[in-house]
Design a protein around this ligand. Structure first.
Ligand code: RB5
Length: 148
């Protein structure tokens, strides 16, 4: 599984910490920016990563802005994306088990690095439980086609 990462300026530092964590743990990733010192619009960098995923450059995304809210709003505009803003390990666990989250959004101005990395580690390793949760995701998929 390859992870695509993107941030705006407010999420840059945390994104960098996550990038180092992935690297240290031999987890493949692709960085879609922003770069250091760059004043960046979260919409633009989310779009780069989301489009990269659409063409198969990566499988799941981690998007970081100041609060994680803007990144969530943008990511959930994309078909097939289930972006979840996670503020603790419980949210990270449930976002995978029940929502099959394929895009983790985080707040660089909210979370210290150690907490964020714990969230990332849980989100990466937790499996989707499917069953009744899949039925709910099927309804969401129908909504994307205006069929629900
Ligand atoms: C940037 O100042 C900030 O608005 C952005 O990082 C994010 O928190 C938006 O949701």
């Amino acid at each position: 599984m390859k992870i695509g990462l993107a941030s705006d300026h407010a999420g840059f530092k945390l994104k960098n910490g996550i990038l180092s964590y992935l690297d240290a743990n031999n987890i493949p990733f692709k960085d879609y920016g922003c770069g250091p010192g760059e004043k960046a619009d979260y919409v633009d960098f989310a779009a780069k990563a989301l489009k990269g995923r659409e063409i198969g450059e990566c499988d799941r995304l981690i998007l970081v802005c100041g609060t994680g809210l803007g990144m969530s709003i943008v990511a959930n505009k994309y078909k097939g994306i289930r972006a979840t803003l996670c503020c603790d390990d419980y949210m990270a666990e449930m976002s995978r088990k029940h929502n099959d989250s394929n895009c983790l959004t985080l707040g660089g101005r909210i979370l210290p690095l150690d907490e964020a990395l714990y969230i990332v580690s849980i989100w990466l390793k937790t499996k989707f439980e499917a069953g009744r949760h899949q039925e709910r995701l099927d309804k969401i998929a129908k909504m994307e086609e205006n069929r629900y």
